[in-house]
Design a binder for this molecule. Sequence first.
Ligand code: G4P
Length: 285
Amino acid sequence: MNFQWYPGHMTKAKRMMEENIKVIDLIIELVDARVPLSSRNPDIDELGKNKSRIILLNKSDLASDKGNELWAEYFKQKGFYVLKINAKSGAGVKSITGVIAEACKEKIERDRRKGILVRPIRAMVVGIPNVGKSTFINSLVGKACTKTGNKPGVTKGKQWIRLNKTVELLDTPGILWPRFDNQIVGMRLALIGSMNDQVLNIEDLAIELIKFLQDKYPALLNRRYDIDVAKEPFEVLGGVAKSRSCLKKGNELDYQKAAYILIDDFRSGKIGKVTLEMPELTEVI
Ligand code: G4P
């Protein structure tokens, strides 16, 4: 399978990011809790050096509880402040103000010691497309906050949202380009729906998902479709087709339709809470 992202988009996204990053103190980076490494772009570490950093494990409602725990620990060990959230329901989102204060306390203290007038922390939300940036900003900001005017040095038209007395957030999130240097990463991003499905072979993707679920979460697959999960992956897909009455003319099984159903069920969490990569397996990517 081959996964593509367009260089034109990437260059523009990178330029915007570099411009905005100059004027902020804190990077709030969203990753998808089902694929916390594959949904990160490691370039952000270079772009964001000398900034305070928070990682939000978003869509934690779709990932396994054990996976969420292990990943939170993994990023803490790497020196990030970490929070598990569900931007859609708002779960965990309110805790962010406390974590911001914690993540920026050294900077605030430094400014105070130097006698610099303590100005609000300026923060920016970043992440790859579809990771939940807009949902998170809406959930965090709600209606309670007011927008402030333009600030020098920020791309024209950008505004700051005042979260509280000490924190201002750039109203537009920074878009990070997904990684495309690795086919496993590409496949995982495709599984969570971060790629355009039109460029994918959906049956191949479904087979990859079946292989993974057979290995790591066989009971979930069995429970959802009431099928024998020990068979060959293609036969398992046939089982999904049968269980959902996916038939073509002449009563042939419609594997493509079954593949769409399986992938949709996975993406929406109907199969269950599934983490596609675990910290101890990071060497594969
Ligand atoms: P982006 O700005 O980073 O591109 O992402 P955006 O907020 O548009 O969110 C992308 C999709 O992910 C949306 O679904 C959104 O509802 C969903 N989403 C965001 N955060 C969470 C979360 O924590 N849990 C879950 N389960 N979903 C989340 P959509 O299909 O585009 O819209 P809709 O089906 O919600 O209407």
